[in-house]
Ligand binder design. Structure first.
Ligand code: UDX
Length: 438
């Protein structure tokens, strides 16, 4: 059995690295030549914990990387499509990479005797596999689904920062297909990969697509819900949003995960998937009232931080502000959809002077702001001379900050968007989202 994986981003590369390191025979394909060269030199093209060591292991065993779609189609029994579906300015998702990859598969399939199972892992709105991808492959291959190939939707639930662990131990596998045989083949593949106990849910492609969208919309809703409660807590002296989350999270009907209040959700998935669900709902004539409120609540979080800042500092023009944490979450170098980037853009408009620090995301941030902001060489250096420090991403090193580290700040004012410092141990002006006044 040979596996093809098209699109070597977080999803595709993690999957390729895990399969290859377990000895599955894998061909990974990407159209980005530089990325291919980097992977072939056993380096990960982006930071993701554990990925590089799994990649090295996989490349030394049974993972091959290529630019050639023909090679994938002529050799593989399963072809996983894991290309990106980023957001267009209009809010709709950009299917061009998925359409191009589907066409390439179809063209190669035309002269191939293989009848592969083509598995769509990319996140798409309901109906896309059947109404967009299947017709493209049928047209370019001259073959029919169910005859020359079989198409299946198999959404991915991994999180950046724990992509390898999530790929090794998924909580669920969702398989959406049009007929029993290919569904059973993919189910058998996953049982071989994860063992007989793995939870597998089978359905049709459009329901599988809806499951993925509903999943991410619900996670976004949980975060906006706790951020709404966080805002209330801030106005009630002595109240602490984390204690609220810890207690309501014990109720099994609620659950503790995704109840960490903060500056709002970022990343390449939750904001985009929420927006596309809103657009999709409107397109099919439904009013996505709740989803719109989730989005508005998320947008409000940055305004809360600016409000706290201006309440304490007054006009922020020409004031030096340090932003700690640039990646959209800890253990990642990814700044796509990062709330920190949004915050910096607003502060620059207000003519603040910005110093930044992040353990992994400085280079990516530099590509956006160039020389408009100051990039500190170290965490301690970033605090020098600033009039306020805003903690945005909960990197572990920031949890270790103590009074003596703040001694060179011009004004010892901290705004902690993630409540990672303990107010009682600090002798600075400390404000946090979700904490009522002392
Ligand atoms: C998300 C989904 O979790 C994953 O299932 C899907 O496959 C892809 O999208 P990801 O974007 O990698 O994963 O990260 P996630 O851990 O979900 O965090 C998203 C954002 O929400 C981050 O900015 C994070 O800081 C924020 N977040 C998360 C909170 O503010 N509070 C929480 O309790 C959890």
């Amino acid at each position: 059995m040979k596996i093809g994986i098209i699109g070597l981003g977080f999803v595709g590369l993690s999957f390729a690295a895990v399969l290859g390191s377990k000895g599955f025979s894998v061909i990974g394909l990407d159209t980005d030549r530089k990325k291919i060269e980097k992977i072939n030199s056993k380096k990960s093209p982006f930071f993701e914990p554990k990925l590089e060591s799994f990649l090295k292991n996989a490349l030394s065993k049974s993972l091959e990387i290529t630019l050639d779609a023909n090679k994938v189609v002529k050799n593989c029994d399963f072809i996983f499509l894991a290309v990106g579906t980023p957001k267009l300015k209009s809010g709709h998702i950009n299917l061009s990479m998925l359409k191009n990859a589907s066409k390439d598969i179809g063209v190669s399939l035309r002269n191939s005797s293989k009848k592969p199972i083509i598995v769509v892992k990319s996140t798409v709105v309901p109906g896309t596999t059947i109404n967009v991808i299947k017709p493209i492959i049928e047209k370019s291959s001259g073959k029919k689904n169910g005859n020359g190939f079989n198409i299946i939707t198999n959404p991915e639930f991994l999180k950046e920062g724990s992509a390898i662990d999530d790929t090794l131990n998924p909580h669920l596998v969702v398989i959406g297909g049009l007929s029993k045989k290919p569904i059973n083949s993919l189910r058998n593949f996953y049982r071989k990969l994860y063992g007989p106990k793995i939870k597998i849910m089978t359905t049709n492609p459009q329901t599988a697509e809806m499951i993925k969208n509903a999943n991410n919309s619900f996670l976004a809703t949980k975060i906006s819900f706790i951020n709404q409660i966080s805002l209330l807590c801030q106005s009630i002296p002595g109240t602490n949003v984390d204690e609220v989350a810890n207690c309501i999270g014990i109720d099994p009907r609620i659950g503790r995960s995704f109840l960490n209040a903060g500056p709002g959700f970022g990343g390449s998935c939750l904001p985009k998937d929420l927006e596309t669900m809103i657009q999709f709902s409107s397109k099919i004539g439904a009013n996505p009232l709740l989803l719109k409120a989730v989005q508005q609540t998320n947008d409000l979080q940055i305004k809360q931080i600016i409000h706290l800042l201006e309440k304490n500092l007054g006009n922020v023009r020409n004031k030096r502000i340090t932003v700690l944490g640039l990646s959209f979450k800890e253990n990642s170098s990814d700044i796509r959809g990062s709330r920190s980037i949004e915050l910096i853009k607003i502060l620059l408009k207000k003519k603040s002077k910005i110093t930044v620090h992040d353990p992994k995301a400085m280079k990516n941030t530099e590509s956006i702001f160039k020389n408009k902001i100051t990039y500190a060489n170290s965490l301690l250096e970033s605090l020098d001379d600033c009039q306020c420090t805003i903690i945005m991403t909960p990197w572990k090193i920031y949890t270790k900050l103590k009074n003596s580290n703040f001694k060179n700040m011009k004004r010892k004012l901290i705004i902690d968007a993630r409540r990672i410092l303990s107010r009682k141990n600090l002798s600075v002006e400390y404000f946090a989202l979700g904490l009522g006044a002392n």
